[in-house]
Write a protein that binds this ligand. Structure first.
Ligand code: PLP
Length: 397
């Protein structure tokens, strides 16, 4: 194997195309897919050296795989992070990040507004292992500061949050975490590494569901954890090897190729989302259009400071509650009803009855998730077609 330059001095767009490429003896231009579970050794002595960590090289694909390693290196380069580890799903990334370093008696502070399964980890999984958790209103910095205790080991948040698109001040929460001797973990799915790199604001660990914009074409699941070398060697490396949430080489190949177009796709998604949000805001049957880079977003200034563009998700309310929201969704013909997001295809979902249906009605209303709310992930179709589809469905409300 020959290795390309690491690209330390390349700009992000170049890194997304080039970093991590590890060519075989054939010098293929496109990254190769190494569909193998194991690796043969030249000798028993070599096997011994590999297992003793005296010689670099692959051992078993639960531990590492050349295609997976290319995806990890490219993600680390794009994010500007010292280390990356890929996982089978975004939830595997979140769960491993928590469980690899938290112990019984530790405490975690988390924002309330989270992806449904992340809320499940905080509310149900961690407490079962004796890890205490406290939920706070993410934008309220006093609540973060008041919630930390001597045994607080991690702060967790998502910004923009799903589906409310509330924004949390990364720098301020990172400072609170560090003053308490805790780590800040950020689920950066909605922003993507193109729009916001939490490390630049002091976050210690960034996690992604690569299923979303990173694949961006609805093909496969994946996740990735970005951290420093200490966290990797002290906790994550051994935990992942032995618990086994490994990404498949095929999915890693899809994802490493998808990174080559991530910048182009995300910028186009955002351009379209701005147009669609403006269109929706003009419709009398639509209330409360939420988009981070619209001036009427309650945290517009912070969103501008943290994110280069506003993302591809627009959340809004359809006049008339659940019945009207359902009628509206059912009348769409181009936009699909689907709970995924960050896809080339525009997708719409009703969070109260799908992604956030497991929360109690009180928890939903606390988060501002109403029965009228729908979340639109604006795809890469022509915005004229997207808006015509929305207009036709609005006419039925
Ligand atoms: C989808 C998503 C996840 C979970 O990712 P999977 O790949 O579906 O496991 C976690 N956090 C956020 C914000 C998400 O949107």
């Amino acid at each position: 194997m020959t290795k390309d330059a690491t690209g330390q001095n390349w700009r992000p767009k170049t890194r997304a195309v080039r970093s991590g490429t590890n060519r075989s003896q054939f010098q293929e231009t496109s990254e190769a897919m190494f569909v193998t579970s194991g690796y043969a050794y030249e000798s028993a002595e070599q096997a011994e050296r590999r297992f003793k960590d005296e010689e670099a090289g692959f051992i078993y694909s639960r531990f590492g795989n050349p295609t997976v390693a290319m995806f990890e290196e490219r993600m680390a380069a794009l994010e500007g992070a010292p280390a990356a580890r890929a996982t089978a799903t975004g939830m595997a990334a979140v769960t491993a990040t928590m469980l690899c370093h938290l112990n019984k008696g530790d405490h975690v502070v988390s924002a309330k507004a989270l992806f449904g399964s992340c809320r499940f980890i905080i509310d149900n999984v961690l407490p079962r292992y004796g890890i205490e958790t406290t939920l706070v209103d993410g934008p309220d910095l006093h609540q973060w500061a008041d919630a930390v205790r001597p045994n607080t080991k991690a702060l967790f948040l998502e910004t923009p949050a799903n589906p409310t698109l509330e924004i949390i001040d990364l720098k301020a929460v990172a400072d609170i975490a560090h003053n308490a001797g805790a780590r800040l973990i950020v689920d950066n799915v909605f922003a993507t590494p193109i729009l916001q790199r939490p490390r630049e604001f002091g976050a210690d660990i960034t996690v992604y569901s690569a299923t979303k914009h990173i694949d961006g074409q609805g093909r496969c699941l994946g996740g990735v954890i970005l951290c420093d070398e200490d966290f990797l060697t002290d906790y994550l490396h051994t935990f992942l090897r032995n618990t086994g949430p490994a990404l498949s080489p095929f999915n890693a190949w899809v994802l490493v190729k998808a990174l080559e177009t991530l910048d182009l796709r995300v910028r186009e998604h955002c351009r379209s989302a701005v147009e669609v949000a403006d269109f929706l805001a003009k419709q009398p049957q639509i209330e409360k259009v939420v988009y981070p880079h619209r001036e009427d977003h309650p945290q517009y200034k912070l969103a501008k400071a943290q994110m280069e563009l506003g993302g591809n998700v627009v959340t809004f309310e359809v006049n008339g509650g659940k019945e009207a929201a359902f009628r509206f969704e059912n009348a769409l013909s181009l936009i699909d009803i689907s709970n995924n997001l960050g896809d080339a295809k525009s997708l719409i979902t009703h969070p109260a009855t799908t992604t956030h249906s497991r929360l109690t009605p009180e928890a939903r209303s606390e988060l501002g998730i109403t029965d009228s709310m729908v979340r639109l992930s604006v795809g890469l179709e022509d915005t004229r077609d997207i808006c015509e589809d929305l207009a036709a469905a609005i006419a039925t409300i």
